[in-house]
Design a binder for this molecule. Structure first.
Ligand SMILES: Cc1cc2nc3c(=O)[nH]c(=O)nc-3n(C[C@H](O)[C@H](O)[C@H](O)COP(=O)(O)OP(=O)(O)OC[C@H]3O[C@@H](n4cnc5c(N)ncnc54)[C@H](O)[C@@H]3O)c2cc1C
Length: 409
């Protein structure tokens, strides 16, 4: 993909101020899209936590982060695509034009074509962000507050959440700059004092412009009064919009310097229906992972399904609200990788056995049967699109969904 953006092809990020969109090459990094759009005071609305990944790569999954509850995933914010199919055709598609390919390619795991251009909607960019973490020891209060926050039209512009297991409170990979040493000491005391197996944080962000710091503080104060975090354990930072969005990039620099970035990451991401999230938390945090002292972090935050478009290929649970749970752990010592993979398997088995209706995000399934179950009612459409747009199954074979048709010469 990077070769598309080199040499004569030039800089493939073109902003339309009148149209409030950006035409961007599938090979471009979201980090570069951010800086190109900010030059015009504009920005895409939805971001993944990490920005040095490509537009085509996230759009072939979904592209999720803390803004999804309001704006839907990145795939819900695309107006048009150019796709090179497995039959060698370059097709421009949108909701009104070759719509089967448009909806198929969004979340399509690279199965029907290579996304070479996407037209992504923009909004006016904020300048700064009040960035907040709120601590909880009770998972029910934690999820109740998260769900309250995502049900509101106003409030936080970004809502995520984290789970810190086993009172270690060693900071997760993506967040080690947030708390000061004395704040960490207070949190550790909290966890020890309550005997809680886990401490939970809501991570929220409120955007604001140059002159409205006082207004945003009033708004924030009013919002915090409605929430049930542990009294006194609200931590507020101020950051520029870019610093906030690129927070994982800043961690990356530190981890690279420490030789801790290029290690195996057997990550497991799941969408868990809201009705089963407490069963999941009990089975996984107090069960499978009890006693684990993971390097890395665990994300857990809810999203509204009505912001997703079911015509797109990504598989989601069948409930109005579902949670993204990311077990984002790193194998740093001998034996870690095997142990983490075993734990991931145990989590998947638990979800299956208890019939929780979870769906993998960034999915991996070892058999076509697994993929059929993953796509559920969408499977027939996925198979039909494959037969139309990549009949020889040459695209993204590594996903293991379809077997390549070997040419008989
Ligand atoms: C540190 C880190 C943090 C992450 N955080 C998040 C997050 O917060 N939210 C989130 O949603 N995801 C997150 N991801 C996952 C990320 O969205 C996927 O890994 C995505 O595939 C990355 O894009 P890439 O450019 O690295 O893709 P690659 O690794 O290059 O490709 C992965 C697959 O995507 C498909 N693909 C790639 N490019 C195209 C294209 N142009 N056209 C069609 N198909 C294509 C292919 O099937 C390919 O095999 C994170 C990943 C990392 C490494």
């Amino acid at each position: 993909m990077p070769s598309l953006g080199r040499g004569d092809h030039g800089h493939r990020v073109n902003v339309s101020i009148d149209g409030m969109y950006v035409d961007v090459g599938g090979e471009q990094l979201w980090f570069d899209v951010l800086h190109a759009t900010l030059k015009h005071g504009l920005t895409p609305r939805v971001w993944t936590d990490y920005l040095r990944i490509t537009v085509g790569g996230t759009l072939s999954n979904a592209g999720i982060g803390g803004q999804v509850f309001r704006h839907g995933p990145q795939i819900s914010n695309v107006h048009e695509l150019d796709v090179v199919t497995g039959t060698g055709d370059m097709i421009t598609c949108s909701p009104g034009n070759n719509s089967d390919l448009f909806y198929g390619a969004l979340g399509g795991l690279g199965q029907f074509g290579v996304i070479t251009r996407a037209r992504v909607g923009l909004e006016r960019a904020p300048k700064r962000v009040r960035w907040v973490r709120l601590a909880y020891t009770d998972v029910h209060q934690f999820t109740a507050d998260q769900e309250l926050l995502i049900s509101r039209g106003a409030g936080f512009d970004y809502v995520e959440g984290q789970v810190q297991l086993n009172r270690t409170l060693t900071e997760g990979r993506r967040s080690s700059s947030f708390f000061s040493a004395s704040e960490l000491a207070r949190l550790t005391e909290l966890a020890l004092g309550t005997g809680s197996a886990a401490v939970y944080y809501i991570e929220g962000a409120m955007y604001y412009g140059d002159r409205s710091a006082a207004t945003v503080d009033r708004k924030l104060e009013a919002l915090l009064e409605e929430l049930s975090f542990v009294p006194g354990l609200a931590f507020v930072r101020d950051a520029s919009y870019v610093q906030f969005l690129d927070r994982v990039g800043q961690e990356e620099q530190k981890l690279r310097a420490a030789g801790a970035w290029d290690v195996p990451h057997p990550w497991l991401n799941l969408f868990v229906p809201r009705s089963r999230i407490h069963d999941f938390a009990a089975g996984v945090f107090d069960g499978v992972l009890r006693g684990a002292r993971p390097a890395g972090l665990i994300l857990m935050y809810p999203m509204n399904r009505d912001r997703w478009d079911d015509r797109m290929t990504t598989a989601t649970p069948d409930e109005d609200v579902f949670y993204a749970v990311g077990l984002l752990r790193s194998a740093v010592a001998a034996g870690d990788l095997e142990r983490l993979e075993r734990e991931n398997e145990a989590v998947l088995e638990l979800c299956d056995r208890a019939g929780m209706g979870c769906k993998q995000y960034l999915p991996h399934h070892a058999s076509q049967d697994g993929w059929r179950r993953h796509f559920g009612a969408k499977w027939d459409r996925v198979a039909a699109l494959k037969a139309t747009y990549d009949p020889r199954a040459i695209l993204s074979p590594g996903q293991g969904i379809f077997r390549a048709v070997v040419a008989s010469t």
